[in-house]
Design a protein around this ligand. Structure first.
Ligand code: CP3
Length: 348
């Protein structure tokens, strides 16, 4: 998949399209967030977290913050994956300190009550944020739109919040696959429309977060994670064939290869657990890879951080590659460690 050609596209886009770039582009999942004092200050101005997501001025401001401070090669729209259930009519709120809460779906009737009708009007402020970002970002910075993958979003819709074992959501899928499929179909459609509109408004690539993909038997992973993501990617490509798509099927182990071969994604986000040698031999031939520094190595800093970075770069920088974390940055991350990381990756 390695292409020697050098187009005049941005560094990040060239890497996503399969080029081995002169240096790896770098950005971080959750790069806008509580580890930044400027984020905490803006967060106070908003009326709660969801309000921040739906306030184009403030959402654009927190998206710009890590770009101003660190000059990352890509900027990810500030929002949340749970705006989709909210737009479908489910109650969603964030409690300080405990994370997201939803009025959990209980039965088939609750699914029937959800509707696509208000999707675009509900998302209007998010689309406006995308337009502001397009307008205000440095010209070399790539704008990333995003959404949650259907399974990861649905896990919240059925559990009513975060979960350790996804017992309610998985039991529903095993016991009543027909109604579960209806919910998947609805979320596939909403997510496709939402991502296409983000691209229409200026997103140059999109990432689909399947953060909780790693909990299924192989056949169910295919049915509830791979197939829905593949349908979303096909819908996007039907309208925007040249826009690269990044998929993050976290913790699926050897099934990363199935996702590389069958999902239609241009790039896969790697979690922290994968063998880098295996990724180099089995995955990077087929798609661009992105990752996979352990967020806690970034917290630790020092030698552990330098060694982790060198290990990733020495294995993956010979092919199409984007440097990132293996999961979102955590609030206790020291800013100096982010600077140490940037210096090392850029100097490699
Ligand atoms: O990457 C970015 O900078 C863009 C913004 C972004 C947020 N959430 C902001 C956020 C993105 C891409 C997400 C994705 C997201 N949201 C995922 C998938 C990625 C992953 O990390 O696995 C998931 C599972 C969610 C759902 C969610 N949102 C949870 C579980 C929580 C609570 C946990 C926490 O960190 O507090 C959130 C809240 C959230 N989303 C915050 C931010 C900055 C913190 C809220 C705050 O400021 O109080």
């Amino acid at each position: 998949m390695q292409k020697p050609m050098k187009t005049n596209e941005k560094l990040m886009i060239r890497a996503l399209k399969g080029e081995k770039t002169e240096r790896p582009p770098i950005w971080l999942m959750r790069q806008a967030g509580r580890y930044l004092p400027e984020y905490r200050a803006t967060r106070k101005e908003a009326n709660g977290f969801l309000d921040l997501c739906y306030n184009p001025e403030l959402a654009a401001e927190v998206t710009f913050q890590p770009i101003r401070r660190f000059g990352f090669d890509a900027s990810i729209l500030f929002s949340d994956i749970l705006v989709i259930p909210h737009a479908l009519g489910q109650k969603v709120w964030f409690e300080e300190g405990t994370g997201p809460k939803l009025e959990a779906l209980q039965d088939a009737q609750d699914i029937e009550n959800l509707t696509l009708e208000n999707l675009h009007s509900h998302m209007a402020p998010v689309y406006e944020t995308v337009e502001r970002l397009k307008e205000g970002l440095p010209e070399e910075t790539t704008l990333i739109g995003f959404a949650g993958a259907p399974w990861t979003v649905i896990s919240y819709m059925i559990e009513g919040g975060s979960s350790k074992d996804y017992a309610k959501a998985k039991s529903w899928a095993f016991a009543q696959p027909e109604t579960f499929q209806k919910l998947v179909d609805l979320v596939v459609e909403a997510t496709s429309l939402y991502l296409i509109e983000q691209i229409n408004r200026g997103a140059e690539t999109v990432q689909i977060f399947d953060s909780w993909a790693g909990v299924w038997p192989e056949w169910a992973l295919r049915k509830w994670c791979l197939e829905p993501c593949k349908r979303i990617i096909q819908s996007i490509k039907a309208v925007h064939p040249d826009v690269p798509v990044i998929l993050f099927p976290r913790l699926v182990g050897p099934s990363y290869k199935t996702f590389a071969l069958e999902s239609g994604a241009d790039a896969l986000g790697l979690d922290t657990t994968l063998s880098l040698q295996w990724v180099r031999e089995e995955i990077q031939k087929h798609v661009t890879v992105q990752g996979n520094l352990d967020p806690l190595a970034l917290v630790a800093g020092g030698k552990a951080l330098d060694q982790s970075i060198d290990d990733i770069l020495s294995h993956l920088s010979d092919g199409p590659f984007v440097f990132n974390l293996g999961h979102g940055i955590v609030p206790q991350t020291p800013i100096e460690h982010v600077e140490q990381m940037l210096k090392r990756v850029r100097g490699f």
